[in-house]
Design a protein around this ligand. Structure first.
Ligand SMILES: NC(=O)c1ccc[n+]([C@@H]2O[C@H](COP(=O)([O-])OP(=O)(O)OC[C@H]3O[C@@H](n4cnc5c(N)ncnc54)[C@H](OP(=O)(O)O)[C@@H]3O)[C@@H](O)[C@H]2O)c1
Length: 223
């Protein structure tokens, strides 16, 4: 697939490299320096290249939106028309000074995005896992047991594209249902991030509940 990356930071940069290594044709866009985009394209090898947001979106089979919440309107202005595009979003709503996630029970970042882009096919995916774990999962992707990753959306074709990409990175895709499920997955992302950065087990516990349970059991035994 041709995949356009909008936002080539921790999430977009890592996922773009892994999509390229999985054989996809990736365009990295939207960073503060073009040099960084070129470095990422070199690191990814394959056919990856640097481009503008409009280049990234042109003819793309899937577009990964991986910018901070405050940058969404800015990047969307640069892409041009997104009608009919499969938009995979890992962007989580943040407060005005970008210091905390905003969670709500009646909507989600993904649903708000879908309201902005009524003609695009929005899928929420990748946002519940800290970017640090992606390379490890990719390296272990041929193991019989793969960590699960939930995704949700309202368009079956777009969800099929997201499931392929989740699988290519090394996770077992789990269809969590319609896009409105994102309002429950996004608070879960906050918990996962907190466990990854503040828990003793580091990123590992963020994507494997059985390991999480194991680490709790070990601690209990040690007491
Ligand atoms: N990181 C994670 O583990 C994680 C996990 C789950 C969800 N998410 C979500 O994913 C989204 C992206 O997070 P991230 O950690 O990847 O953020 P990030 O590393 O800060 O990446 C954001 C990208 O946007 C670019 N950018 C920011 N301001 C810009 C500007 N004025 N002009 C052009 N480019 C600009 C940055 O450029 P530079 O490269 O030059 O800085 C960077 O490439 C967020 O909504 C976050 O909540 C992240």
């Amino acid at each position: 697939m041709k995949i356009g990356i909008l936002g080539s930071g921790l999430m977009g940069g890592k996922l773009g490299v892994l999509f390229t290594r999985a054989g996809h044709d990736v365009v990295f866009s939207y960073a503060r320096s073009e040099q960084k985009l070129k470095h990422l394209a070199l690191e990814a090898k394959g056919t990856a290249r640097a481009g503008t947001p409009a280049d990234a979106v042109r003819d793309a089979d899937a577009v990964l939106l991986a910018v901070h919440w405050q940058r969404i309107d800015d990047v969307l202005q640069l892409t041009g028309d997104l009608s009919g595009k499969v938009m995979i979003s890992c962007s989580l709503p943040m407060n005005a000074d970008d210091t905390g996630l905003v969670t709500g029970h009646t909507s989600s970042g993904a649903e708000e995005l879908a309201k902005k882009l009524r003609r695009a096919k929005v899928v929420s995916a990748f946002g519940t896992v800290p970017s640090e774990v992606f390379f490890d999962v990719f390296d272990a992707r041929r193991r019989a047991t793969r960590p699960n990753m939930a995704y949700c959306g309202d368009d079956d074709g777009a969800k099929g594209v997201a499931a392929t990409l989740i699988s290519d990175v090394g996770f077992e895709p789990v269809d969590a249902g319609p896009l409105r499920i994102a309002r429950y997955l996004e608070p879960f992302a906050l918990l996962m991030g907190q466990l990854a950065y503040e828990g003793d087990g580091g990123p590992e516990i963020a994507y494997r509940f059985e390991r999480f349970e194991k680490s709790i059991a070990q601690k209990r035994d040690m007491r």
